[in-house]
Design a protein around this ligand. Structure first.
Ligand code: G6P
Length: 587
């Protein structure tokens, strides 16, 4: 899983590749590389780590006219300079950058080794460079199609040849690939955010192209030329700065009230008439990671407000499990990026059974949006930090609105509540330094809650583990006694989320069972002190009492801040945690 960029430009191709790669780091940042072509041949530079390290390492090649670049999230082969892309064929004739997974690479590799190929990397991608160098067709496009036909799996790749031609050859299946070609500059990239304003082309599966400086020729798998229509670029990425904050994550947490305000503005006049006409028997909500947690919250809203059977499922499970779907099933896919491979594949599966597909995404031009019947914008604005924060809050709020959108009166009320929440949030940002200091040195932390608080506990634990690298686990409070208590030792931190008055005694019982076995308890609550036995806790964070269905948004924010503070105290970069990527575009 990775980001790829290819550029043909006589003046600035190195700069354009670097700029593009920086924007694509949300797809991974384990290693990076660039291969540049000038009249002297191909020049490749690679490094472990981010694009900034690559820029430092690469000499400026002013006369380069073609370049391909890559930012990697390792799937096959360890994170190393050797396994970084671009990868060149053994004979030095081809260089490639690849995004995706070649599923039959072992079989292809075995055959190539038998033919005398020696592999220099541990990647699946190297078979592409080897296959390209195998035959000597008169036409390079024939070569491209012949080699690609051998591949199984997902791929978007750019290949360039060690000759003097100003061309890049590209192929796509399941991984995204786009082309911009204007004013003697051509750019190929995994995301149109790399392009200037103007028109661009979207490659479809099993399409191929030869991209030159001022022309793109498209081919189908039979090698026939095809005509494609350009689309207008809506995806130009604003230059997002940290705006005085030390990290994007902190800035994004603080942007939540504004993001909720935008959601309010964008959805207040949204036309839900199509959705209202649907006959719906049950609702499935599907997502990954943080988005899955918003699905869990969303399922609660649908059950409560519509009294309908609703269930949240992680996309990777939905893809292969026994899902009972029919034309009356509403499937809601939630994805900040809209590019998560599991979520997209799950949506493709759902489409075979039902036309009632809604996606909630933060990226209007995303693949998920393009395959859904209806897309609701979550309106969070650009989210750069890997750990999702404001987008989660907007997803939960958008699902709350959607579940209330079936009657006008309800929807109006729900809208007002979102607006009020956004106002309250503006005045609610707490200092969690002491709390963070207390837990930063721990190896294991538990989060517990019931109902919506359990979902918040799951999200709090995920946030903390993602960026602090502490083993954090969340449990339904009532489940502690069914196994987890064995893990409670003297001073084990247990963070209790308790905002629901109806079941407060039950949650407290579970917390005190843990305390009786030595746990240190921390409390996040919106309930008055006499209901929560405050003296039994090391620390208690009191929240303002907002609407009971939306308090889950408010509760999440201190947990995000806690995770941020702990990560910073531990010297971790909260924006780019190890081994993760913002959008996981492979299975
Ligand atoms: C990755 C990110 C998570 C994110 C998840 C789903 O795992 O590290 O922060 O929640 O993908 O991403 P999506 O873009 O589909 O919401």
């Amino acid at each position: 899983m990775c980001g790829i960029v290819g550029v043909i430009d006589s003046k600035d191709c190195q700069k354009i590749v670097f700029e593009g790669l920086k924007k694509l780091q949300y797809r991974g940042y384990d290693s990076a590389g660039i291969c540049l072509k000038n009249d002297k041949g191909l020049h490749t530079y690679k490094t472990k780590g981010t694009i900034d390290s690559l820029i430092k390492k690469s000499p400026e090649i002013k006369d380069a006219y073609v370049a391909i670049g890559h930012t990697r999230w390792a799937t096959h082969g360890e994170v190393s300079e050797k396994n970084a892309h671009p990868i060149t064929s053994l004979n030095g004739e081809w260089a490639i950058v690849h995004n995706g997974i070649i599923e039959n690479f072992e079989e292809l590799k075995d055959n190539l080794v038998k033919e005398g190929h020696v592999f220099k990397t541990e990647t699946d991608s190297e078979v592409i460079a080897s296959l390209l160098s195998l035959k000597n067709f008169k036409n390079d496009v024939e070569n491209l199609i012949w080699a690609t036909k051998k591949l199984k799996g997902s791929y978007a790749f750019c290949a360039m040849k060690n000759d003097k031609e100003r061309s890049i050859f590209i192929a796509k299946n399941k991984s995204p690939l786009y082309i911009y070609c204007k004013d003697n500059t051509s750019i190929v990239a995994s995301d149109p955010i790399c392009f200037p304003e103007g028109e661009y082309y979207k490659m479809e599966d099993l399409e191929f192209a030869q991209v030159s400086q001022s022309e793109v020729i498209f081919y189908n798998i039979k090698g026939e030329k095809i005509i494609k229509q350009p689309i207008t670029n809506m995806a130009v990425m604003q230059d997002v700065s940290k705006n005085g904050y030390e990290h994007f994550m902190l800035k994004e947490i603080y942007e939540t009230p504004e993001a909720l305000q935008n959601l309010y503005t964008n959805l207040k006049d949204y036309d839900f008439s199509k959705i209202k006409k649907w006959w719906i028997n049950k609702v499935k909500l599907i997502g990954c990671g943080t988005a899955f947690h918003s699905c869990l919250m969303g399922a609660r809203f649908f059950k409560k407000f519509l009294k309908i059977d609703a269930e949240a499922i992680t996309a990777s499970e939905f893809r292969y499990d026994y899902e009972i779907l029919d034309s009356t099933t509403l499937c809601i896919f939630v994805s900040q990026s809209g590019e998560t491979a599991d979520t997209i594949a799950a949506a493709e599966k759902a489409k075979k059974f039902t036309k009632k597909i809604i996606s909630l995404t933060n990226v209007a031009h995303s693949t998920l949006a393009s395959i859904s019947s209806i897309t609701l914008p979550i309106s969070a604005g650009p989210e750069i930090a890997v750990a999702s924060t404001k987008a989660y809050c907007c997803q939960v709020a958008a699902l709350y609105l959607l579940a209330n959108a079936f009657t006008e009166k309800r929807f109006d009320k729900a809208l007002k509540k979102i607006k009020r929440l956004s106002n309250i949030l503006e005045r609610f940002y707490v200092n969690l330094g002491k709390f963070a200091f207390d837990i930063a040195g721990e190896n294991s932390i538990f989060f517990i809650g019931r109902g919506a608080d359990y979902v918040t506990a799951l999200e709090g634990a995920l946030k903390l583990k993602e960026i602090s690298y502490i083993n954090c686990n969340a449990f339904a409070a009532g489940e502690l006694k069914h196994g987890v208590l064995t893990l409670i030792e003297k001073e084990t931190p247990v963070i209790v989320i308790a905002t629901d008055k109806k079941i407060i005694e039950k949650t407290m019982n579970s917390a005190f069972e843990a305390k009786a076995r030595g746990a240190k308890l921390y409390l996040i609550t919106a309930l008055p002190p006499h209901l929560v036995n405050i003296e039994k806790f090391e620390m208690c964070l009191s929240l303002p009492n907002v609407d009971k269905d939306l308090i889950c948004v408010l509760t999440t924010i201190p947990l995000q801040l806690l995770a941020y503070n702990v990560a910073v105290m531990k010297g971790n970069n909260p924006d780019m945690p190890r081994n993760l990527a913002k959008a996981v575009t492979v299975e």
